[in-house]
Design a protein around this ligand. Sequence first.
Ligand SMILES: [Mg+2]
Length: 407
Amino acid sequence: MKIVAAEVIVTSPSRNFVTLKITTEDGLTGLGDGTLNGRELSVASYLTDHVVPLLIGRDAHRIEDTWQYLYRSAYWRRGPVTMAAIAAVDVALWDIKAKAAGMPLYQLLGGASRNGVMAYGHASGRDLPELFDSVRKHLALGFKSIRIQTSVPGINAVYGVAAQTEGERYDYEPAQRTPLPVEEDWDTRAYLRHLPGVFEAVRNEFGPELPLLHDGHHRMTPIQAARLGKDLEPYDLFWLEDCTPAENQEALRLVRQHTTTPLAIGEVFNTVWDYQTLIREQLIDYVRSAVTHTGGITAMRKLLDFAAQYQIKSGIHGPTDISPVGMAAALHLDLAIHNFGIQEYMQHSPLTDEVFRQSFTFTGGYLHPGEQPGLGVELDEQAAARFPYVAAYLPVNRLKDGTVHDW
Ligand SMILES: [Mg+2]
């Protein structure tokens, strides 16, 4: 089944997305998501200039061989741009294979291991009443697990808190459509003092059962992360995410020695090698990689099978910069693997939904990829053409004295 065409479609319905569309000689098409938030055009170029010419004439059925060919033929290994591009090809080929088989993709991955995929939503507020309203809104939408992010007194703009800035805010969208990145401010000591009280208030208001999550967004040193994990133990978190930058995987040994709060890491990683120490030494509890940034379904399946040997579960990245194509790929994998943990889910904007026609559903707190052959997502190219690329960047963070800090 020869590939006869491959094209890259960049569109910006509320935010930027990079989509790869592969067509076979039998007229089947497959979609892959190559979106890398704030660096979208680099993946578009990598695909158009260096990958598409290699795909024409290849057998679309040879997914593993194509993965290895793209990974090893580049010679320069890993990195977010390369791995996002390989992921786009991989997911598009899985979409084609499942369409050729006349089955939803999860059937080719071993079939369903569960009835639905538990999702967590993002609640946030500038103060407790606003946060409680946001939690109630998510409960009303059906969410059974909720991430809690809040402003901190003395800090102007904190990661994860919606409605802090001007512009279209259908939900929390940190990538602002500005020619330069927005600059935010940060004070770790103020954050560490404030956060345990917020979780105490949320537990008092909503009771002990609701699974609560929190994202530290790489801002603490290992010893600060250890302290926060310990301070949050009474509030029984589902997980504490990215408590410290984890490029130095050994740093998690120190955090682990001090706290039983479950830890989730990996949304900025793009290969299994980024996890070798973390998984082998059981320093984390959840793998946060995105299918779209980690080489696609082929690579994620291997990563999660490795994690399963150490009782580590999935927590696949799923904010709005994962397009509906990338989200559908995650859902098929979530449904099929045994060591599923939870799926992040931020609803896309109505404009995004107009460009990407989806068949996945969200009912009673559970996502399901649907029963359409393939991924179950179609791209309306005419609608996509109405929304050209708009430059947008993730923010930069500075301490009070002006020092650049992890955002
Ligand atoms: Mg995160």
